[in-house]
Design a protein around this ligand. Structure first.
Ligand code: GLU
Length: 508
């Protein structure tokens, strides 16, 4: 088998939906497993849909996810350029080759003429309003015009497109790596435009020419592209390249949580979860669509949860590293049916990953989140202790603010309601004595706890009744890791100061 070469070929029309990232991931896993190459190709031939910033966003997403291409517009490679708009001059010759071979034709119909054709078909009660074998001989194209007329029109600069001439009464077949045998009746396939009036190829021509020229061996793409496969196979055939056609796999859709239809970018903000990999701000409308990254997901968890949206390794295992995925991924285990997206499950993956992550790996991300919240980290050792104390309690990275922000900022208020019935003068006097005791203890959790218990025993109070007030003194509420651990990380001075302040506030 020739060297595996796969491609992710997005159109830069906006942010990257999680379905798009999953397509990247499956491409990447397959390439790496076969020691092959993963290519990023930007399909920007539709200038009307081009959105500035979208290409860079895609590149940044791939980087965040750690799915780095081997060849790409920003990296270059042996098949440069990797941006279709920069390959514009390349496609026309193939369209013309098809015309010369009788598989395509020049069409001069104006938009008004095409509209008139549709109106006519509608008035005749037809539901199929396509430009296809039914109507092509009634239109203004090189099949209906004399050869010299066609030539004259082209030479006079009349705008034209090149359309594929789909042969009738044929069945186009291919074996999809996920879906098996697929068949299409050519009578249902329209004469798609291959080359537009501005000289740009359409997606259909460009994708076939580039997959051929870039020696792509396997093409994984979303299920929504399945209907286009018929035209693509015809083109591979008509261009004489059918033996080099990549093997295709059309990936199942990612569905809304209730299973009703494809998860769209609108669903996210509507249903309260992210759909894009990273925040995306539309440059025209300035609408912000939230991303998994900014909401506190780890890329390792994001990749893991995407891998499992449509695939399993056949065991109960759900947590996989990228290396394990590379080793275990197999296209035969990709489901045919759509995968329902479940945000609670997505958060579960992130929680598992936070628990599993090393402190060193978590440090930079959490530092960034703290800095955004105005918290500056000065003591590295203390920061590491804090992370290890609270990480198991955090589902999202952003939870670290709530779970550990109190280490950096004393409570601005106390959960007084929680103290109801648990605070009185005896307890206040316990803490006044304890303040003196802890001036002398070694500053570590076991010693602090011992001092706490000794003083409680001496005053005949159950230590259990004192722990909640102590916690509220240090963090403000009923949450956080073990209270003596908190005190030990806060340090003697800060603990004393918080107890002192709280005694006054509680009594007021
Ligand atoms: N440019 C297409 C897209 O935007 C690529 C489809 C394909 O992979 O063939 O998704």
């Amino acid at each position: 088998m020739s060297k595996v070469r796969v491609r992710f070929a997005p159109s830069p029309t906006g942010g990257l939906h999680l379905g798009g990232v999953r397509t990247v991931l499956y491409n990447y896993l397959f390439a790496k497993q076969h020691k092959g190459e993963f290519i990023l190709r930007i399909e920007d031939t539709d200038q009307n849909r081009y959105v500035p910033g979208a290409e860079q966003y895609i590149i940044d997403c791939l980087e965040w996810c750690g799915l780095i291409p081997d060849e790409a517009p920003h990296l270059g490679g042996p098949y440069d350029p990797y941006r279709q708009s920069e390959r514009k001059g390349l496609y026309k010759q193939y369209a013309e080759k098809l015309v010369a071979a009788g598989y395509a034709y020049y069409a001069f119909d104006t938009p008004e003429e095409i509209e008139a054709m549709r109106v006519r078909l509608k008035s005749e009660g037809k539901s199929n309003l396509q430009y296809d074998h039914h109507v092509r001989m009634q239109m203004r194209n090189s099949l209906t015009l004399e050869e010299d007329e066609t030539k004259a029109l082209i030479e006079s600069g009349t705008p034209y497109v090149i359309r594929i001439k789909v042969l009738q009464d044929q069945v186009v077949s291919f074996t999809d790596m996920i879906r098996g045998e697929m068949h299409f009746d050519t009578n249902n396939v329209d004469d798609k435009v291959l080359l537009k009036a501005d000289g740009m190829p359409t997606y259909h021509l460009a994708v076939v020419v580039d997959d051929y020229l870039m020696k792509i061996t396997h093409a994984f793409r979303g299920e929504e592209w399945l209907p286009s496969a018929a035209v693509h196979i015809l083109l591979w055939n008509y261009l004489g390249w059918i033996n080099e056609m990549p093997q295709w796999a059309h990936l199942p859709l990612i569905l809304k949580p209730d299973g009703n239809g494809k998860l769209s970018k609108r669903d996210g903000d509507r249903l309260g979860f992210p759909v894009f990999a990273m925040n995306w701000e539309d440059p025209n409308t300035h609408e912000l669509i939230h991303g998994f990254r900014e909401l506190g997901f780890l890329p390792e968890a994001f990749i893991n949860l995407l891998a499992m949206l449509g695939w399993t390794d056949g065991t109960e295992q759900e947590i996989f590293t990228l290396d394990e995925l590379i080793e275990k991924f197999s296209i035969d285990r990709v489901h045919k049916g759509g995968a329902k997206f479940n945000y609670e499950k997505a958060k579960w993956f992130n929680h598992e990953w936070i628990k599993k992550m090393s402190i060193d790996r978590l440090k930079p991300d959490i530092k960034g989140i703290f800095e955004n919240a105005g918290i500056e980290i000065t003591d590295q050792l203390q920061f590491e202790k804090i992370i290890s104390l609270v990480k198991d309690r955090c589902t999202l990275l952003t939870d670290f603010i709530e779970q550990a922000g109190f280490f950096y900022k004393p409570p601005s208020s106390y959960d007084i309601a929680a103290l109801k019935g648990k605070w009185d003068d005896t307890k206040a006097s316990f803490f006044n004595s304890f303040l003196v005791d802890i001036n002398k203890t070694t500053w570590e959790s076991v010693a602090i706890e011992e001092a706490f218990r000794n003083r409680a025993a001496e005053m005949n109070i159950k230590p259990g009744e004192l722990q909640l007030p102590f916690r509220i003194m240090l963090v403000g509420g009923k949450f956080g890791p073990p209270v003596f651990e908190i005190a030990s990380v806060l340090g003697r001075e800060e603990t004393i100061s918080r107890i002192g302040k709280a005694i006054i506030s509680f009594t007021l």
